[in-house]
Design a protein around this ligand. Structure first.
Ligand code: CA
Length: 428
């Protein structure tokens, strides 16, 4: 039987946050930052729960982590601690709750519409991968039509170190970056990017890390994952194409990265596990340190969507346009392989580090995870009101959604990852 909550909005089939989800986030209210759990259209204030004794049967380390202003301490406690808190919260919010506990919890439920969300953790380091073979192939084709995939792709999970200081929470405006570009046949110049793009990605929040000099065996990798969120790795393609050789992306990516505010625990995604990407027989097998003991459930069936709304559409009340749809199961590398590879040289991952998958694209048209890939089509995108787009214009609003769903099971959603482009600050 599917468990239900006494909070009716959590039982709405359209809700991202049924009692089977219970993602963690940090909200700000009355000048305070508090850790909360999303349930329907409400947030359960965990600090409040500690203060009124609702979590009294849990160890002190968990109580103390719930009183913090970011999730890092809870993340650091590791998978031995997380299920106890999760199951306690589920029992408080489930319809079988004792009436005394329900009476204590009710005043600790905050309407989402009354608060602003913050970054869920202090993100020490941010790493971005390139785990979608369909993305790598489409982008590669733009530059090397006959040989789109580089020879290392099927051996090495390709990644680079990103910038954590400019990671912002969903809803934060994105200022068009300035930078050096060199349009074909001209001299380099400095000015606002003319090729601003989004990248549809999932983020992995690291829970307990690994010591410097130690690695993380693939069989242990998921125990180091606290949960997942949506990531928009905004990219200035004109800056990128001029600066990226030989060391890779730099200022084309570091001006902003948007994440969704809710971190969905892997446990909530357990019913949606699927086999890892099936490599054709002609492909090399992963090297042993990347070889999954449980590859039949190393993937996640998770739908992802990109919606675009221009400033004109917003003014005219035109609904956002669904630009593309993809699925996390299309990734060539699994989440565990990304974690294990990252730590394989002894690099220490730390609680609150963010690893992003790289643009998630599928094989078919309509599943491109960024606008750059759509350039393989000849026509610009036509918006419902007739405007055309090759890249993002000022006032454009990009919104990502993601959810797991299957018959007979509530939808496990990720909320929104949204950003609106505002004009550059460059004035000369
Ligand atoms: Ca990226």
């Amino acid at each position: 039987m599917i468990l239900k909550s006494w909070i009716s909005s959590a039982n709405d089939p359209e809700s991202d946050f049924p009692i089977q989800n219970l993602p963690y986030g940090v909200f700000r209210q009355n000048g305070e930052s508090c850790i909360g759990v999303a349930i329907g259209d409400r947030i359960l204030n965990l600090r409040g729960c500690v203060e009124c004794g609702l979590l009294a049967d849990l160890p002190e380390a968990i109580l103390s982590s719930c009183r913090a202003e970011a999730l890092n301490v809870l993340m650091s406690l590791g998978p031995a601690a997380w299920p106890a808190l999760r199951s306690r919260v589920a029992s408080l919010l489930g319809e079988q709750v004792e009436s005394r506990e329900r009476g204590c919890a009710e005043p600790l439920l905050v309407p989402m519409s009354d608060v602003t969300m913050q970054l869920p953790a202090r993100i020490g380091d941010y790493t971005d991968f390139y785990a979608s073979i369909h993305h790598a192939t489409r982008v590669g084709k733009l530059f090397r039509p006959d040989n789109p995939l580089l020879p290392n792709y099927k051996y090495v999970p390709i990644g680079y170190h990103g910038r954590s200081s400019s990671i912002v929470v969903s809803g934060t405006e994105i200022r068009r970056p300035c930078g050096q570009t060199k349009p074909q046949g001209t001299e380099p110049h400095f000015g606002p990017s003319q090729s601003l793009d989004y990248e549809l990605e999932m983020g992995i929040f690291i829970g307990s890390g690994n010591a410097l000099g130690q690695s993380i065996p693939i069989a242990e990798a998921e125990k180091h994952i606290f949960g997942l969120c949506l990531v928009n790795d905004w990219s200035a393609r004109d800056i990128q194409s001029w600066e990226y050789q030989p060391l890779g992306p730099f200022l084309a990516k570091s001006f902003a990265t948007t994440i969704s505010p809710w971190v969905v625990p892997l446990e909530a995604l357990a019913p949606f596990r699927v086999p890892a990407y099936e490599r054709p027989a002609s492909d090399p097998a992963p090297l042993p340190y990347l070889n999954h003991p449980d590859s039949d459930r190393a993937g996640i069936d998770l739908m992802l969507e990109v919606h675009l709304e221009s400033g004109q559409m917003r003014q005219a009340g035109v609904a956002p346009m669904l630009l593309s749809q993809g699925n996390l199961r299309n990734l060539f590398w699994t989440l565990a392989q990304l974690v294990t590879h990252h730590a394989s040289n002894g690099c220490n991952l730390q609680p609150g580090d963010l690893l992003a998958t790289g643009t998630i694209s599928g094989p078919e048209a309509g599943s491109e995870g960024c606008l750059l890939e759509k350039r393989n089509n000849t026509e610009p995108i036509r918006l419902p009101n007739g405007e055309l787009r090759t890249f993002l214009q000022d006032s454009d609003r990009v919104r990502f959604r993601a959810y797991c769903w299957k018959p007979g099971w509530p939808r496990i959603g990720f909320g929104e990852c949204t950003g609106t482009i505002v004009s550059t600050s460059f004035n000369g």
